[in-house]
Design a protein around this ligand. Structure first.
Ligand SMILES: *Cc1c(COP(=O)(O)O)cnc(C)c1O
Length: 359
């Protein structure tokens, strides 16, 4: 199979090395005499993998000891419910930053549990900019502040971490592991795995110990962080294969030099692509430069009637899944950790050729 670069927003590209390892290990996992898909999550082989994966993630992200790490199901969307259920703790309000499609969804779910104070709202600028933090209207009675560090659809990424006098909750589905963060600034971090971790079916949750143990009454027992912590994310059967894939991606990240190395690579990748967009009158990106995402790069062809042809020729050149989200239009290149610089170079070369042929 010739080299294909997949710009899908999620489920997204995996490192080729990890895919090959999955293939090598598919029929027989270590000494288990069976596939990792076929063995008990409570057996020694799986447990060893699970423990090592947590250690590796803790090492990669420098997660302090007073944070618990969970490997759950339900996607980031289940966390839209689990966050209010676990963090309201008797309060009736929470603060949410509305900066895109995904924060909007988190808000809609939050409103089922409490009064949501939308402390900043980027919908007026179509999610292309973020209000300066000093203009945010944070309700001090809110139980927590929820935000989305990287909005996957509009390609809008915070270049700072908001700080308020309450637990900070971050939906890091499309930016976790892309650069180093200071975990101690957060109350809860969560991320669906299918963007920048591994495959669909797994959700990583990192939760500060003292925030657990006081849930809204009569909610599903699986939605209580304490249930999950007390059972090492195995109250019921976890998503075993997705967990295994994540463990292989963590090992791959360590081999690449960890998150500071990834951050440098990601920075150069994003710059290569944005420079190509900005350097042409044929393509454009509407997001405020300061808040442009390093992971999801939407771009428009100034002549929209060429969109179909662009996509068709891109596929012919082994550059796939570049179609933008319907709410933004145009194209979107998702360039998570697994996308190498060569993929960006190929895309940029293709864009230049297409421009020459069609301008
Ligand atoms: C994809 C995505 C989600 C939804 O994730 P699911 O795992 O499908 O629930 C939520 N938030 C962000 C930022 C995303 O990119």
């Amino acid at each position: 199979m010739s080299q294909v670069y997949n710009f899908s927003a999620g489920p997204a590209m995996l490192p080729t090395q990890v895919l090959k390892q999955m293939q090598d290990e598919l029929l027989e996992y270590g000494n288990a005499k069976a596939s990792v898909m076929e063995i008990s999550h409570r057996g020694a082989d799986f447990m060893a993998m699970a423990q090592k994966s947590e250690q590796d993630l803790r090492g990669l992200m420098d997660i302090p000891d007073h944070y618990k790490v969970l490997f759950l199901q339900g996607g980031a969307s289940a966390q839209f419910s689990m966050v209010p259920i676990n963090l309201l703790q008797g309060k009736t309000k929470a603060n949410y930053a509305h900066t895109g499609h995904w924060s909007k969804k988190a808000i809609a779910e939050g409103e089922r549990y409490c009064e949501v104070n939308v402390c900043t709202d980027s919908s007026d600028n179509k999610y292309t900019d973020i209000d300066a933090f000093e203009h945010w209207n944070i309700d001090p009675d809110g139980a927590y502040l929820h935000y989305t560090p990287n909005e996957t659809i509009a390609g809008l990424e915070f270049d700072y971490v908001p700080e308020a006098d309450m637990p900070l909750v971050a939906d890091m589905s499309s930016s976790i592991l892309s650069h180093k963060i200071d975990v101690s600034k957060f109350g809860v971090i969560y991320a669906g795995a299918q963007k920048n971790i591994g495959i669909a079916g797994l959700t990583i949750v990192i939760v500060r110990e003292d925030l657990m143990g006081n849930v809204v009454a009569n909610q599903p027992i699986l939605f209580d962080y304490t249930t999950q912590v007390n059972n090492d994310s195995m109250y019921n059967t976890p998503s075993t294969y997705a967990w295994y894939v994540a463990s292989r991606v963590f090992e791959w990240l360590k081999q690449q030099g960890g998150l500071s190395a990834m951050a440098k690579i990601n920075q150069i990748k994003a710059k290569t692509l944005y420079d190509a967009i900005d350097g042409s009158d044929f393509y454009s990106n509407p997001v405020a430069k300061k808040y442009r995402s390093r992971m999801n790069v939407p771009f428009l062809l100034n002549d929209e009637s060429l969109n179909g042809l662009f996509l068709e020729k891109a596929v012919a050149n082994n550059l796939i899944t570049l179609k933008g989200h319907r709410s933004v239009g145009g194209m979107r290149a998702s360039i998570y950790n697994a996308m190498p610089q060569e993929g960006i170079n190929e895309l940029v070369n293709f864009m230049k050729v297409f421009e020459k042929e069609n301008a």
